[in-house]
Ligand binder design. Structure first.
Ligand SMILES: O=C(O)CCC(=O)C(=O)O
Length: 283
């Protein structure tokens, strides 16, 4: 991995930050998540852990001394997460970065890797995990505790432009899901890619914004994590994103969205995926 401390990070969303994001598929924004947002995320994750939702998943492999957990789509029932989604400036920050006229929330998703956890996210990109196609889709990811580059995520520079999709994998066993993956590449060749690797030392308040197609993984995916790190992903899509069931492996979320009234091959139009930029409650 490129351990050079000289990988740029940005204090404001300016043209340099935009160019970096477009070129590499990921950008580090320093201090973009304010104290209020961190508090909302902290309290929201704590409440969500204490009261798991429909999509709670324990990804801890057998024999691991510590847990790797995640849960998603909790913002409607957990107050801190609702405020983070509806009242924060994070969607506007993303809209400014990618030049989006409007953004809808695609998903709120927290992750917890406890000290000692021997499991983490394998090489993947987010696109194949979701029933959202087309348009502009981005993830804003931030740790709630300081996270060195070895404790956070590593990205393959420019992989959002490779024009191929990789098989989505189970985060517990690191094996592809079941289903017809004829159109997807096996992720085995990703590790040997000579694309530059990008990772940053992060303080609480810093965030990474990345394209749905940018390949990434937990940096030290197999080594025990030295300290517990909570992480929050907020996924956003612009007005051109369409709901289109992807395959057997997304069946549970497909049925969930259909039950809420989302129509197939239609723009996002469902209470779970609200417009968050510009703020739909204004005007
Ligand atoms: O923070 C993590 O453990 C994984 C996050 C991730 O891979 C994602 O949000 O796509």
């Amino acid at each position: 991995m490129d351990n050079s401390p000289s990988i740029p990070a940005f204090n404001v969303v300016d043209d340099d930050a935009r160019a970096f994001f477009e070129g590499h598929g990921v950008v580090c924004l320093r201090g973009a998540v304010d104290g209020q947002c961190l508090d909302w995320a902290r309290s929201g994750i704590a409440e969500s852990i204490a009261n798991p939702g429909t999509f709670f998943r324990d990804q801890t492999p057998d024999g691991s001394p510590a847990r790797y957990l995640f849960d998603y789509w909790n913002w409607q029932r957990i107050d801190g997460l609702k405020k983070l989604v509806l009242d924060s400036n994070l969607a506007s920050t993303v809209a400014s970065l990618v030049g989006a006229g409007s953004l809808n929330l695609l998903m709120d998703n927290w992750f917890l890797r406890e000290a000692g956890a021997t499991n983490g996210a394998p090489w993947h990109h987010d696109e194949p995990y979701f029933d959202f196609v087309g348009g502009r889709k981005v993830v804003l990811w931030f740790p709630l505790e300081p996270a060195s580059r070895d404790e956070g995520l590593t990205f393959l520079s420019g992989s959002h432009r490779w024009g191929r999709l990789y098989m989505p994998q189970n985060f517990r066993e690191h094996r592809p899901f079941e289903g017809d993956m004829t159109d997807y590449h096996a992720a085995d060749d990703v590790e040997s890619s000579d694309a530059p690797r990008l990772a940053w030392d992060l303080s609480a308040g810093d965030c990474l914004v990345f394209d749905f197609r940018t390949l990434h993984r937990a940096t030290n995916v197999d080594d025990p994590l030295p300290r517990t790190i909570h992480r929050m992903s907020l996924r956003y899509g612009n007005e051109d994103v369409v709901f289109h069931p992807r395959g057997e492996w997304t069946d549970e979320i497909t049925r969930h969205l259909l039950a809420l009234g989302q129509r197939i091959d239609a723009p996002l139009d469902c209470e779970l995926l609200p417009r968050v930029h510009p703020d739909s409650r204004v005007g």
